[in-house]
Design a protein around this ligand. Structure first.
Ligand SMILES: Cc1cc2nc3c(=O)[nH]c(=O)nc-3n(C[C@H](O)[C@H](O)[C@H](O)COP(=O)(O)O)c2cc1C
Length: 359
């Protein structure tokens, strides 16, 4: 089945930014950065082809705010001048091809210093300091699976994280990205603070929800202040940990409300990936209803991600769900033209003119 093209080719205006349609590419780490976290021709072609393929916004993969915040030695970074100038070329390229350009800002916390997925033991194997890795830091000294045991962060290290996110947002603006997204999900640093499963602290940053939200809220406030008022800021938020004793929808709703108070513009709604032994359930539209509830509770725009590639389901979403956009991951890895192909009977005009003779 193809879906009514007009249903998702509707622009979405957030602050001064007009995003051309409602199907966006999810941030997906490519582990393909060059020296010192600099985007390469892989990124240019990979993101450019999805922009040609009709995704309304390209969300560039998780991009570290500093060297110790990377997941692997091949992650993108956005802390140095050389990185910023390469990001400026990448963002310009994406925008030239008709999509909005976003970048996801990341601190990996305890899910840090591992191998790239296709090498050696992959994501579940630690790279030790002797092999060029580093010691991860986290709210508590609890490791992720077989990865290196992290050190419990000090207050001054938390202050440094806030400052590094601030500077990363300044740098993202200097690189002329349209949007920055704070990664507060999938078991990375800010999610580790939010969840009682990974946060055992007994100071002002652990225990009650108010305390567990403290660092994520400080980071989101700093990023909002650093990024220009006319440009939107997103937060990737977890709706549930899928673990007893973890984050619930009620807590996620409270967090979402506080993000609204900080001037965050959109929640990118996901769930799970906090621990190595609990995969999220396999179900079409997994986070769709969570997004609808969080929209209701926070008043913010929302875009769910996760197993949203079935054309029938997408047809229903665009027909009747209040969500503001849909974020697609793996389906866009397999097919850069996923968005254009959704509408088999789409008018030619939506395809690039250069391809019209094929239609
Ligand atoms: C290769 C790969 C890399 C990923 N990297 C990131 C990332 O950098 N940041 C992030 O928030 N999620 C990342 N994810 C998760 C996706 O963004 C997305 O949330 C997930 O794949 C579910 O959406 P899907 O069912 O449409 O693939 C990654 C997923 C894949 C497959």
């Amino acid at each position: 089945m193809s879906i009514q093209f007009e249903k998702f080719v509707r622009p979405l205006k957030l602050r001064a930014l007009e995003i051309p349609n409602r199907i966006w590419m999810s941030p997906m780490c490519q582990y393909s950065a060059g020296a010192d976290g600099i985007p390469t021709s892989w990124h240019t072609i990979h993101y450019g082809s999805r922009a040609v393929g009709g995704a309304g916004m390209i969300m560039v993969e998780s991009t570290a705010i500093g060297p110790r915040h990377r997941t692997t030695a091949h992650d993108l970074g956005i802390w140095s001048d050389d990185q910023v100038s390469a990001h400026r070329e990448l963002a310009a390229h994406i925008k030239h091809l008709g999509a909005a350009a976003a970048v996801q800002l990341q601190s990996a916390g305890r899910k840090s210093s591992h191998n790239v997925p296709w090498l050696l033991g992959g994501q579940n194997s630690a790279v030790t300091v002797d092999d060029g890795g580093w010691i991860p830091m986290a709210p508590s000294a609890k490791p992720f699976g077989q990865l290196t045991v992290p050190v419990e962060m000090t207050i001054s290290e938390m202050d440094e994280v806030v400052e590094a996110f601030f500077q990363a947002a300044v740098n993202a603006h200097a690189a002329e990205y349209d949007v920055v997204e704070v990664h507060a999900a999938h078991g990375y640093l800010l999610h580790q603070f939010l969840s009682p499963i990974t946060n055992d602290r007994s100071d002002d940053y652990g225990g009650s929800l108010e305390n567990r939200m403290r660092l994520p809220l400080r980071v989101c406030k700093a990023v909002r202040e650093a990024f220009p008022q006319e440009k939107p800021v997103f937060v990737r938020i977890t709706a549930t940990d899928w673990i007893d004793g973890g984050i619930t929808m009620e807590e996620a709703g409270t967090f979402a409300g506080r993000l609204a108070g900080l001037g965050i513009d959109l929640l990118d709604v996901t769930s799970g990936a906090l621990t190595a032994d609990v995969p999220p359930p396999s179900r079409h539209g997994l986070n769709l209803e969570f997004a609808e509830v969080l929209r209701e509770k926070s008043g913010l725009a929302v875009a769910p991600v996760g197993q949203l590639s079935d054309p029938d389901l997408l047809g229903t979403v665009f027909e009747s769900s209040p969500v503001d956009a849909v974020i697609v991951g793996r389906a866009l890895l397999l097919d850069p033209y996923f968005a254009l192909r959704l509408a088999g009977d789409a008018p030619k005009k939506f395809w690039p003119s250069q391809y019209h003779r094929a239609l």
